[in-house]
Ligand binder design. Structure first.
Ligand code: NAG
Ligand code: NAG
Ligand code: NAG
Ligand code: NAG
Ligand code: NAG
Ligand code: NAG
Ligand code: NAG
Ligand code: NAG
Ligand code: NAG
Ligand code: NAG
Ligand code: NAG
Length: 699
């Protein structure tokens, strides 16, 4: 395929030396640097609303929520020191030549005075089948250096991180130490007062942060005030091998933690060094299960005796992790570009963000995958956020789906939730999955019951895990009773799109409930309760017949599903059709798909099709669900507008799922960096061909 190479649109805003960088397959609003969990989430903001156009120099990386994360790169070439990452003052900058991304990496190529080339590869490996690697909250920076002009040059390489990674409170007191284990040299940095399970400005307030390297003859290190440590390298091209021991606040003479390498004479044979940045927390989540609230360990603790052993493994595993990540990159690229180059642009940007919203937790006996409702409210294990995210997990490894659903079942089966419908979330703030024993969670009963039924059957079809269906039959059936009572004429309530407010008789919400009932009919039949299966499918079939009259317009405007029954001038994205296709139910007549396929192009705007008639905003996760179930014209129209948004939105935050279709800008509330972008994998889940109609109960 020919990469869609975009010249920077900010030619006029940038020094001419910086204006020549290419961006492939796109220049996203923010470039992922180290994105591995809700807490390891470092980005370079690019969009024109405050970003610098996608250039690694001249600006500090940020945490997804916006706070600066000091991360600097310097290089000494024949005695002159330049910066190649971040914004350390008083150094000339290298010139960026290119940027590209894959599902797991971001690569920047820079020219240092046309003499030496620096290639900085930021790898956040995604290994869906390899829980040992996936459980590690670490990201790599590989820096490769080679002569550009054919001459040999004396080169030293430098990088540091600041203590800003350690807490969202810049006045928090931090402590640090430099040590080695074998050939691994690391800086360990931590909050003096550990605040277990706490956050400040969405950053975590406990555990240890690490910045490591593999030491060799040319290695030196230093900690100390940012200006001092960088000036030391600036003057000497090496560090002092000393630790500043006046432990202090993050913002008190800004301590930084640096590694440097004397690379000697560098010619046209490249040389490289690997650095890893990451977080270790022994306990990750507080969970209210059957036995009361318990602290659940991070899953990496099951593979390593202690955190230093984990750091040593990660530092030595760059080749292995790169190979595993490259295999997934290549699978995603190949499957996605078979749909279109635009779709590959979107899917490859979305995958790391989806996995960056989750974390592997538990013991070898019980694996859980916890999800943070990033940016919208911080809830944990939100059912209607798992739902839009789930295609990324079904596509890469269905077992991850089960690991997200299980804690919800465990809590509710233990009687920890008093309502008869499915709970909305497992706790109002990550990482506290402490439930809602008083039943006062945000209520979206129809939404969540439908989501749980659809995802449970989808997991079964993708796994043949019959134990899962049998174990949870009772609760699934209980939720079905709610759907039978409520989905034909949905009460005045919110859907997952809660910012739009409540509305009665929502056509799309009703559809979800009906698909949920039909899904339970399949589950009943699979598990041998065919009388119940027959009853539920006859109810669902009666409802869907009535719905085709209730939920569509009768006036002269183009035929379409309404936003709510009888409100003929309204319309909306009928994204719950995805459940029918993903489960292979063949429940909703083809005529409904055809009607919607013909309709969406009539309401297409510059940055996509609006969510519904109440606003000009859209939800890009739901748009991509529409794209996956409609005809190729709609599919290509939506993916083209999403790729256009990625390249042209003025926003400078990690990819958002809520924006204005006319301006491309964010609206309030800003939904950024949410794992829901995993929803773009709906298209590839449909390619799996899951089929309820041919399913049997696996032994
Ligand atoms: C590189 O370093 C060597 C000694 O280490 C020195 O002789 C040589 O002049 C240096 N080359 C340049 C271009 O600075
Ligand atoms: C990204 O850029 C690097 C450095 O030029 C190159 O080695 C790599 O092949 C590129 N990757 C893609 C997917 O274009
Ligand atoms: C989680 O609960 C603990 C108490 O167990 C509390 O100290 C902490 O602030 C809570 N975390 C968040 C993010 O609300
Ligand atoms: C390093 O150079 C700066 C000027 O660039 C000077 O002010 C400073 O004193 C020097 N520091 C050391 C340790 O040599
Ligand atoms: C967990 O399982 C892995 C193999 O998958 C094994 O290496 C490790 O020792 C086990 N850990 C514990 C605590 O049993
Ligand atoms: C599940 O079983 C069906 C046969 O009923 C088979 O066609 C399908 O490939 C199996 N799926 C998995 C993931 O094993
Ligand atoms: C839903 O529509 C039915 C039939 O038109 C009507 O009786 C009912 O009041 C509506 N419900 C709500 C919540 O608007
Ligand atoms: C479940 O089985 C019953 C009895 O055979 C049948 O009537 C019903 O249509 C089946 N449900 C589905 C979704 O196929
Ligand atoms: C069908 O299911 C509904 C809802 O659970 C129930 O009220 C009804 O009695 C059932 N009908 C039969 C024939 O079992
Ligand atoms: C959708 O609208 C945009 C902006 O008006 C336009 O560029 C694009 O061609 C339209 N697509 C279709 C299929 O109509
Ligand atoms: C029609 O939908 C709009 C929202 O788009 C709402 O404000 C209005 O109340 C609805 N009218 C009826 C009759 O439901």
């Amino acid at each position: 395929m020919t990469p869609f190479v975009v010249l920077s649109l900010l030619l006029t805003l940038l020094p001419s030396s910086q204006a020549d960088s290419t961006f492939s397959p796109a220049r996203p609003p923010a470039q992922p640097l180290a994105v591995k969990s809700p807490y390891l989430s470092a980005w370079q903001t690019a969009g024109s609303d405050g970003g610098n156009g996608g250039i690694l120099t001249g600006q500090w990386p940020t945490f997804w929520a916006g706070a600066t994360l000091g991360w600097a790169g310097l290089i000494s070439v024949d005695g002159t020191v330049y910066s190649w990452m971040g914004n350390p003052v008083d150094f000339p900058t290298a010139d960026q030549v290119s940027y590209n991304y894959t599902s797991s990496s971001s690569t920047f190529v820079l020219s240092v005075d046309s003499a030496v080339q620096v290639t900085a590869t930021f790898l956040s490996p995604i290994t869906p089948d390899d829980f040992k690697r996936q459980s590690l909250i670490f990201s790599y920076l590989n820096v490769d250096v080679v002569s550009l002009d054919g001459n040999s040059h004396n080169v030293s390489l430098y990088t540091d991180i600041s203590a800003e990674w350690v807490s969202g409170d810049r006045s928090a007191l931090v402590q640090w130490e430099h040590d080695t284990s074998g050939d691994v040299a690391y800086h360990k940095i931590y909050r003096q007062t550990q605040l277990a399970f706490s956050e400040v400005n969405d950053q975590t307030e406990y555990g240890n942060w690490w910045y490591s390297a593999t030491s060799d003859d040319g290695y030196s290190y230093q900690s100390g005030a940012d200006v001092d440590v960088r000036a030391q390298f600036g003057n000497q091209s090496s560090l002092s091998n000393s630790d500043d021991t006046s432990y202090r606040a993050i913002n008190d003479n800004w301590p930084v933690f640096a590694h440097a390498f004397d690379l000697g004479s560098v010619d046209t044979t490249s040389t490289s060094r690997v650095f890893t940045v990451g977080l270790t927390q022994e306990d990750a989540i507080q969970f209210l299960g059957a036995d009361g609230i318990q602290a659940l360990p991070s899953l990496w603790t099951q593979y390593f005796d202690d955190d230093v052993s984990a750091v040593v493994f990660v530092q030595g595993d760059y080749e292995g992790a790169s190979a595993a990540a490259a295999a997934l990159d290549s699978k995603v690229q190949s499957d996605a570009s078979a749909i279109s180059d635009d779709y590959a642009t979107i899917a490859t940007l979305a995958l790391r963000q989806a996995f960056g919203g989750v974390q592997l937790v538990g013991t070898n006996d019980t694996h859980y995958l916890f999800l943070k409702e990033i940016s919208s409210d911080g809830n944990i294990q939100t059912v209607d956020v798992i739902f839009p995210s789930h295609p990324a997990f079904v596509y890469t490894n269905p077992e991850l789906m089960k690991m997200m659903l299980e804690p919800l079942f465990v809590n509710q089966e233990a009687g920890q939730y008093p309502n008869s419908w499915s709970m909305h979330d497992l706790g109002s703030h990550y990482p506290n999955a402490t439930g809602h024993t008083d039943g006062s969670d945000e209520q979206m009963p129809l939404e969540e019951c439908g989501d749980m039924l659809i995802m449970s059957l989808e997991y079964y079809l993708a796994s043949n895990d019959s134990t899962f269906l049998k174990d949870h039959y009772k609760l699934l059936d209980q939720w079905t009773q709610y759907l039978i009572a409520e989905s034909l004429y949905p009460a005045n309530q919110i859907s997952t799109d809660d910012f739009a407010g409540p509305l009665g008789n929502q056509t799309n919400l009703a559809l979800k409930g009906m698909i949920g009932i039909q899904a339970m009919s399949v589950i009943a039949n699979l598990t041998g309760d065919t009388a119940t299966g027959a009853n539920y499918s006859s109810i669902a079939s009666d409802y869907i017949t009535q719905w085709q009259t209730l939920g569509f317009n009768n006036d002269d405007s183009p035929a379409h599903a309404t936003l709510n029954y009888g409100n003929e001038s309204t319309w909306g994205l009928l994204y719950n059709l995805y459940g029918d296709k993903a489960l292979g139910l063949n429940f909703v007549p083809q005529s409904v798909y055809d009607t919607q396929s013909a309709f969406y192009p009539t309401v297409n705007a510059t940055y996509g099709v609006p969510l519904d008639t109440r606003h000009t905003l859209t939800k890009s996760d739901w748009e991509s669900w529409i794209a996956s179930v409609c005809d190729d014209t709609v599919r290509d129209m939506i993916y083209s507008s999403l790729a256009y948004w990625i390249n042209n939105t003025p926003t400078n935050h990690p990819m958002g799922d809520l924006f204005d279709t006319v301006t491309g800008d964010y609206v309030s509330p800003q939904f950024i960096n949410r794992p829901v972008m995993g929803g773009v994998f709906a298209q590839l889940v449909l390619g799996l061909g899951l089929s309820a109609s041919t399913a049997t109960l696996a032994a």
